[in-house]
Design a binder for this molecule. Structure first.
Ligand code: ADP
Ligand code: MG
Length: 241
């Protein structure tokens, strides 16, 4: 079953075509990756799906309904949760409260949101960090808190914008294992923007490659990695490490 259909979506900023007639479908339960160099339009694509921007043309259909042009809160309520490339927890709130807030924004009662937040933090291996302020967390823990906050809105589709960036391989592997378990156990659909190819290969069934806003390749990660033009010209050989 198709959960999300992006159909010929274009977004311009003045003269710049940030997203250029991009089309793809994501099936319910799939893990799908979007890669491409800085400035390729990846975050803008997420912002279009999350209601931050309205496409200049094209359609975005989620669970059978058009969502392009809806407000971010309306889209969140329909079941799309997202992280931000620049992590933005509330720094002076505790880790637990940061996640509770996500649940409250989704309309849960406080007790329900607190129980859910505890379960989510356990899932993200942050159970021993509840009482810390978000500002006190290490980068790997902050990245997992960002995922926890997105999960608190109980999404059907989770959008992850570079949650592995800046992490060491062991921390990447830890998030990969957590995301795999969430996907397997709850069937949650995940779209990740990611430069860390070991994570893309480990997680995604299919990959979309953007360059200058346009799709230049798509397919299984193994095929994308062997696509010499994609890897050499657009990501750099270090992305393979
Ligand atoms: N709000 C905005 N206003 C103007 N230009 C923007 C805005 N957001 C992104 N851009 C531009 O659109 C292009 C794509 O950016 P972005 O989607 O952030 O790329 P990526 O996430 O792939 O690095 C870049 O040239 C960026 O400068
Ligand atoms: Mg980006």
């Amino acid at each position: 079953m198709t959960l999300l259909a992006v159909d010929a979506v274009t977004k311009r900023f003045r003269g710049l075509v940030a997203v250029d007639s991009v089309s793809f479908d994501v099936a319910a339960g799939e893990i799908f990756a979007v890669i491409g160099p800085n400035g390729a339009g990846k975050t803008t694509l997420f912002n279009l799906m999350a209601g931050v921007h309205t496409p200049d043309s094209g359609r975005i259909v989620f669970q059978g309904d058009r969502i392009d042009g809806l407000r971010p809160d309306e889209i969140a309520r329909r079941g799309i949760g997202r992280t931000f490339q620049i992590v933005r927890p509330f720094p002076n709130m505790t880790v637990l409260d940061n996640v509770i807030v996500g649940g409250l924004m989704h309309g849960a009662a406080v007790e329900t949101a607190r129980d859910a937040a505890r379960a989510i933090l356990a899932r993200l291996e942050l159970d021993d960090q509840h009482a810390k302020l978000a500002a006190e967390l290490t980068l790997p823990d902050r990245k997992r808190l960002e995922v926890a906050r997105a999960l608190a809105t109980a999404p059907r589709l989770l959008l992850l914008d570079e949650v592995m960036a800046g992490l060491r391989p062991t921390e990447v592997d830890r998030i990969v294992a957590i995301l795999r378990a969430i996907n397997r156990e709850s069937g949650m659909t995940i779209i990740l923007i990611e430069h860390v190819m070991r994570a893309v290969i480990a997680l995604a069934a299919r990959v979309l490659v953007l360059h200058h806003g346009a799709v230049i390749a798509s397919g299984a990660p193994e095929a994308i990695v062997r696509h010499p033009e994609v890897m050499r010209s657009y990501l750099g050989t270090e992305a393979l490490g």
